[in-house]
Ligand binder design. Sequence first.
Ligand code: PLP
Length: 393
Amino acid sequence: MPRGVSKRVSEVAPYLFAELDKAETNARARGIDVIRLSIGDPDLPTPPFVVSAMQKYTADPKYHRYPPYGGTDYFLSNVKEYMKRRFGVELEKDHILCLIGAKEGLAHLAMGILDPGDYSILHEPAFPVPASTSRFHGAILHYCPLKPENDYLIDLDAIPSDVLKRARVIWVNYPNNPTGATAPRAFYEELVDFAHRNDIWIVNDLAYGENYFDPAKKPLSILEIDGALDYAIEFHSFSKLFNMTGWRIGWCCGNKTLIDAVASIKNNHDTSQFGAIQDAASEGLLHPDAESWIRANNARMRARRDMVIGALRDAGIEMRAPDATLYIWAPLPEGFTDSIRFAADLLENTGVVIAPGRAYGPSGEGFFRISLTYPESEIEKGMARIAEHLAKR
Ligand SMILES: Cc1ncc(COP(=O)(O)O)c(C=O)c1O
């Protein structure tokens, strides 16, 4: 008889998007014409200046050997310069670490900082990886609900003192997946002060740092705040920055103890990302066309945002337009209270796949998420089907 798998695997909830994929595959097998508006995976291409650099670098035999563990020197220099130009943050290169995507880094950080019985403070709704990987390492989870009445910001004063005494870390993600909320400077100042007072690490997930709809409201780096470097590590990703989800590349930067913790775990799990990917992606950050490319990409996403919000309003669903991310977080239409049932109902009757709010945490109940990473024609068709279905009820 096989002896089964670890407790950690059997106890963790199934990965949300793997489950959505299964429901979608079943629907297709039953002949339903499926339109996906669920996953945050950009449909638009990677910038041509990154692709052409990659073509050049893959042909260079110097890249065909193991890359240096923490990242190539060129990658670290480019990221250092980008952090300075974009956020005004000055970092030493050994405060930066190349990642095989932000997800990989977040997961390895959990392993690097948590021991069984430590509290890990998280918000929900949220991208699920900090919670699942905290649990993998025996941490006790304390969830802070994000509420529309608080602009989806964490209420730090509501965290009980017995949790604070045993907490190692607080995980924060703004611009936020799934709610689209952004955090003002005052929130980051309060968070850094909170970390100093309670001696708790901060993990700031800035995966959507360049996905903003209004250039006057660019997201901030927590490292801009005085004293942040004492407690904070920040995660960046090329996935949504340059439409590069398939390339698997990102970085973390900030507090040296935390960077070294991630590096120490990674050195025993992987040997960094292909150097050609590191150099092509990071060179792109400083390319003369980078800013205008980001501006045009965000303008296109903004037009999609307005298209979805307009269609939902016409169908009687009202919400605030988000300032950032690639998502619309909308309340369920009248008559629905269960987001998973609503998602199943839409899939069955319209073929449209959306992400149910509850899948991101209990406070996500009552909401659903639409991703803007699909062609305009698909979005238009999907929204028309949703409107028609809701009008018939
Ligand atoms: C909040 C958040 N962090 C991290 C990631 C993962 O980024 P990467 O593709 O760099 O692993 C995602 C992906 O959807 C995300 O939504």
